[in-house]
Write a protein that binds this ligand. Structure first.
Ligand SMILES: C[S@@+](CC[C@H](N)C(=O)[O-])C[C@H]1O[C@@H](n2cnc3c(N)ncnc32)[C@H](O)[C@@H]1O
Length: 274
């Protein structure tokens, strides 16, 4: 497949992708589509993008659909990404729930990729609870990609992945070497449960949360999908629950049910009083 598609077949692929997982492909992403799908299309014996769209729309091949979504999503992540969300978690969110004398806290890492975000949350919980056994913390980690969730559940990382955002001290404290990889210790893993969830679909089966981390995924979605997702996340939070977005993401035009809380280390959103 070359990087030039007819306007119609490109438009049809854009439309498939947005309906399937929310990702809005820009007009100038021909090369990206080509490079990410080339191998898959060769292996599946599908010579044109329109041929792929036709096969996807017939939806007889759900494995193909899964592989296309997996190829088109970006899984970039790292430990304690942007630092401040994890300081806010410890200094603002946990402190607030401690004041409220809550005995169990549920946190949702929506779009968790290969697990760095939910395990970072669990490490922060470990550090906080060592000083003060104030409550129990459970983390539900979800992603659209079963393949990335399988990797996240294994919790094994190579030296390159480990070096991104993790201090030597935390590495020593929370990881064990297994061959040429490092695995997150059982105690940190035990707080995290992984589930496959498409953010465009219902969250009802997940229950209610006290905090949601929805970071670096909404940037790929349309304004309409952002509105829908943020409103349904508001429904999934307990009263006065917290929402942490990515550093470049904002809520302003999309949902008026949250207020911005400026903590000393950064910004977090909080469900307004009903
Ligand atoms: C860039 S990663 C962000 C990971 C992590 N939250 C962070 O900030 O480091 C985006 C993740 O969103 C997932 N994703 C994309 N579309 C999704 C959807 N519709 N539902 C659930 N997850 C989705 C991708 O599979 C990918 O793992």
């Amino acid at each position: 497949m070359t990087a030039s598609f007819s306007p119609d077949e490109y438009k049809n692929f854009q439309s498939f992708l947005e309906k399937a997982c929310g990702i809005v492909l820009g007009e100038n992403k021909h090369y990206l589509v080509s490079s990410r799908l080339n191998r898959l299309m060769k292996e599946s014996n599908i010579p044109t993008l329109q041929g792929l769209v036709d096969a996807l729309n017939k939806s007889i091949n759900s494995a193909l659909r899964t592989k296309v979504i997996e190829a088109m999503t970006t899984n970039e992540t790292l430990w304690f990404r942007d630092t401040y969300p994890f300081q806010v978690l410890s200094q603002t969110i946990f402190e607030d729930y401690k004041q409220q004398k809550k005995n169990a806290i549920r946190i949702w890492s929506a779009a968790c990729s290969s697990g760095q975000e939910p395990y970072s949350i669990s490490m922060i919980a470990d550090e906080y609870l060592k000083k003060d056994r104030a409550f129990k913390v459970d983390v539900v980690a979800t992603d659209i990609s079963q393949e990335i969730l399988n990797a996240a559940k294994m919790a094994k990382y190579d030296a390159l992945a480990l070096a991104r955002g993790l201090s030597e001290e935390r590495k020593r404290q929370y990881f064990s070497q297994v061959g040429d990889q490092w695995q997150v210790n059982a105690n940190v893993r035990s707080r995290v449960n992984f589930r496959e969830v498409n953010l465009l679909k219902s969250y009802a089966a997940l229950g209610k949360f006290d905090a949601i981390f929805c970071r670096n995924v909404l940037i790929y979605f349309s304004a309409e999908s952002k509105k829908d997702i943020l409103n349904r996340m508001a429904d999934a939070l307990n009263p006065r629950g917290f929402l942490m977005l990515g550093a470049s993401e904002s809520i302003a035009q999309y949902c008026d049910r949250f207020e911005m809380v400026r903590a000393s280390t950064g910004v977090v959103y909080r469900l307004k009083f009903a």
